[in-house]
Ligand binder design. Structure first.
Ligand code: DAH
Length: 343
């Protein structure tokens, strides 16, 4: 028993006077003292040889020694994480790296970028305008004077403190801003966010995204409008897409037309998205109203133009088969992650 206690004391001193230098020495220490055939284990094995009345005392000494050996090991280990460099603890290059979550583009961004790219190939450049707009650019300049009944087509958010200000209801306001400062030829698309006072549901939202398009030059015809938009939907949805134009009314275009494509969700057999008609409206368009050109000092006898406005969510819905508009603004990563790597 005395002999064992002396031995433990010697080991204590050994531990107290040495410090393993580097990972290998530390491992050697662990094996020597704490390993399955190590000193601590062997000392515990001696327990059975200790006389019964001494067992308690010996057990206590032994436990303390074990705790010391383990504590020292943990202490040294925390200083010796991996390869040592002359500057101190280094990096263990053999450890697996921390996973970096891959970000995704929002589906609206994906579609917006694609629209910009397709029209870019036709020579359209991107213009942007403010989301807080004045009445003139959002309505009056677009041939929608005060009290014009068509103003009711869009439920506008007005800004109380500034009666002349509002949240733009469409990206058509950017047309006005561009024609104000630029003379033909003009060939632009204007993607951006717009606002309308609508109750939020699967089919409507109080804010959404549009892309406006405007082309003003000499000899621009309705045939150019049709061909440009047909090219666009073929690039966006594939060559098999079918289109149809329906006469419509917009104050800033004459004649005006809405364009439908055959439903990409059900293929035309009828579903909720196409309201069982097989067709889905994707944009409004028309020849720029001569009055609007005049508003900006552009001679309507010399220049003509076409314009169009489309909802980005709608395109996105058809392309990615999303049936609830609310998903676009809920920031649910389970939804957003599905667009990783999508183009
Ligand atoms: N601004 C219209 C809307 O938000 C869409 C639109 C229709 C834009 C015809 C145009 C156009 O440029 O020519 O409903």
């Amino acid at each position: 028993m005395e002999q064992l206690l002396q031995q433990i004391e010697a080991y204590r001193q050994e531990i107290g006077s040495t410090q393993p230098d580097g990972a290998e020495a530390l491992e050697a220490y662990r094996i020597k003292f704490l390993g399955t055939k190590g000193i601590v284990k062997n000392l515990f094995a001696e327990m059975k040889n200790v006389p019964v009345d001494k067992k308690k005392e010996f057990g206590q000494v032994l436990n303390e020694f074990k705790q010391l050996a383990e504590a020292k090991y943990e202490e040294w280990k925390s200083h010796t994480s991996g390869a040592q460099t002359s500057d101190g603890p280094g990096i263990d290059l053999s450890l697996p790296g921390d996973p970096l979550p891959l970000g995704t583009h929002h589906p609206i961004t994906l579609v917006r970028n694609q629209i910009v790219h397709i029209f870019g190939r036709l020579g359209f450049s991107v213009e942007e305008g403010p989301e807080i707009e004045d009445d003139w650019h959002n309505f009056t300049a677009l041939n929608l004077p005060e009290n014009h009944p068509a103003r009711d087509m869009q439920d506008t958010f007005y800004i109380h403190q500034k009666p002349d200000w509002l949240l733009r209801t469409h990206t058509s306001s950017v047309q006005a801003r561009v024609m104000e400062r630029q003379k033909p030829p003009i060939r632009i698309i204007c993607p951006g966010r717009v606002y309308r006072n609508e109750t939020i549901s699967a089919r409507a939202h109080c804010f959404f995204h549009q892309t406006e398009g405007l082309y003003v030059d000499e000899n621009v015809s309705f045939a150019d409008l049709k061909q440009t938009l047909y090219f666009f939907v073929q690039e966006m949805f594939g060559k098999d897409v079918k289109v149809r134009f329906r006469p419509s009314y917009f104050p800033f275009t004459e004649p005006s037309a809405e364009m439908d494509i055959n439903c990409r969700i059900c293929g035309g057999s009828g579903c909720n998205v196409c309201k069982h008609t097989g067709w889905v409206e994707i944009l409004g368009s028309g020849m720029v109203h001569p009055k609007m050109l005049e508003n900006f000092g552009i001679d309507p006898n010399k220049y003509t133009g076409f314009a169009f406005g489309m909802g980005i969510e709608r395109i996105c819905q058809l392309k990615y088969r999303v049936n609830d508009l609310r998903l676009y603004s809920q920031n649910d990563v389970r939804f957003l992650r599905q667009f990783t790597g999508a183009v």
